[in-house]
Design a protein around this ligand. Structure first.
Ligand code: SAH
Ligand code: SF4
Ligand code: F3S
Length: 446
């Protein structure tokens, strides 16, 4: 029987995976294991994986192979997360050196699975299709002392044709609002200043539980009333469910930051239809206009996929034009990667790698220009910054983010950490502003 003392967790993918890793660290520490970052000596190695694109999977498999080749002392190796859910027990066959596979909906079983692996040396796969057991967030070991992720809804019902997430995380399952409010209260009492609510589609919150009679804007209002709550953010918003009520909540609730991550994915209506996104480019632009009209100074972030099956050059240009026109404050740009088991694999992946690369470069350049112009226009304005740490480049400077997710550095000391400061943006370099402290705070913000 093995007697593990230490563990190492490697996390890939999105914020939901980061949160799940924090929960797993908490579970393992509570059973007396010690965390280490050293993959060469840890007795237990956990790879919390992502399957969203081929590259994400290849990264994990490369790392796994490398570690397994080097380690001669037979550590316990587990795969958790989306790749575990997508590939299930086939991973045990494919990778003879791994001991367990634990899906995204089975994280609560980590301790019992480890017990079984340790006592019986059996290889185990536990992968449920649906999320049903809430996790022990109260004991999660959080990586950041000021900013916390809080899960409000898991899974996704949208079934965009390219996307593996509905298969790796199951259908939508909202978390009870009382549990969310209690967790957030607790975090605020511990000194957390910024809460980011997580879900594949936070705007669907509560739709699977009509008996609760509570939707996402209502949840935001409840969180806004928590004493000393400082900032609330949320990720991700699906355009179809972006309601006027939500826009008004962003406008009216002082704690809710004016930043909405709101993926367009493509600028061509034919491609959007083929992606099963459920809106046209015009619908999307109308929602952006409505949001900007209601919430002055709101910043919008987006995700884009280029090279979707059969996307023509002209259709790609529509995406490029949309980026120019809509002036996103942040854009995550990807080239299409076929995912086994998703509907889009019934079409040929017929845009060549070189052409995908060209399209990606084109929109990267467009977005750089858009971001640069936006940042230039912000120079001289006053912003509220949550001070998050010392600048990695200069210890006499501190860094933080504005309500609209812009990076700012300014002269200051450790004592400012965790405070909200009002700054004037004086210059910029790359993606970061340099600011100077103002004496009077901006009114109306906590
Ligand atoms: N739930 C979120 C995002 C989930 S995945 C949402 O719907 O907005 C994050 C991003 O990865 C997606 O927005 C999409 O742009 C990209 N993505 C998902 N599947 C992909 C694939 N097969 N190939 C390339 N990019 C993909
Ligand atoms: Fe994937 Fe679409 Fe769901 Fe986002 S909304 S997770 S892109 S299926
Ligand atoms: Fe990746 Fe799963 Fe998140 S596929 S992006 S880790 S939901």
């Amino acid at each position: 029987m093995r007697d593990p003392q230490t563990f190492c967790i490697k996390t890939y993918g999105c914020q939901m995976n980061e949160l799940d890793s924090e929960v797993m660290v908490g579970m393992l520490e509570r059973r007396g294991l010690r965390r280490t970052d050293d993959e060469q000596t840890a007795d237990i190695l956990i790879f919390n994986t992502c399957s969203v694109r081929d590259l994400a999977e290849r990264k994990v498999l490369g790392k796994l192979g490398q570690v397994a080749r080097r380690r001669r002392d037979d550590p316990i190796i587990g795969i958790t997360g989306c790749m575990a859910s997508a590939k299930k027990e086939t991973l045990l066959k494919k990778l003879p050196y791994i001991d367990f596979v634990l899906g995204t909906n089975n994280i609560h079983q980590l301790t019992s699975v480890l017990d079984e692996v340790i006592s019986s040396s059996q290889r185990i796969a536990r992968v449920d299709d649906q999320f049903s057991n809430e996790l022990d967030y109260a004991h999660a070991t959080r990586n950041d002392p000021l900013r916390a992720h809080v899960s409000i809804i898991r899974g996704c019902n949208k079934h965009c044709t390219y996307c593996i997430v509905p298969y790796t995380r199951g259908s939508e399952c909202s978390r009870h609002p009382d549990d969310i409010v209690a967790e957030c209260k607790n975090l605020v009492e511990k000194g957390y200043k910024e809460i980011t609510l997580l879900g594949q589609n936070v705007n669907s919150y509560g739709k699977d539980r009509p008996d609760w009679s509570l939707r996402f804007p209502d949840l935001l209002a409840r969180l806004d009333r928590i004493p000393n709550m400082c900032r609330v953010r949320f990720l991700t918003s699906h355009p179809v469910d972006m309601s006027v009520e939500l826009m008004e909540a962003i406008r009216d609730l002082p704690t809710v930051c004016e930043f909405v991550h709101f993926p367009l994915q493509a600028g061509s209506n034919r491609i959007l239809r083929k992606m099963n996104r459920g809106y046209t480019r015009e619908d999307y632009e109308d929602k952006v206009a409505a949001l900007r009209e209601r919430v002055p100074g709101v910043a919008i972030g987006t995700d884009i996929i280029v090279g979707f099956p059969s996307e023509t050059d002209a259709e790609f240009e529509e995406t490029n034009e949309a980026l120019r026109r809509l002036k996103f404050s942040a854009a995550f740009l990807f080239s299409y990667s076929p995912r086994k088991g998703t509907p889009a694999t019934r079409w040929d992946d017929d845009v060549s790698q070189a052409e995908k690369e060209r399209r990606l470069q084109t929109i990267l350049t467009t977005q750089e220009e858009v971001s640069f112009t936006e940042m230039q226009q912000m120079l001289g304005t006053r912003v509220e910054v949550l001070v998050e740490g010392t600048s990695p480049k200069d210890e006499k400077m501190v860094k933080g983010r504005t309500r609209t997710w812009k990076n700012v550095v300014f002269p200051g000391s450790q004592q400012l950490l965790g405070t909200l400061q009002t700054l004037t943006l004086t210059s910029m370099a790359h993606q970061t502003f340099v600011g100077s402290l103002d004496i009077d705070p901006i009114p109306n913000h906590p």
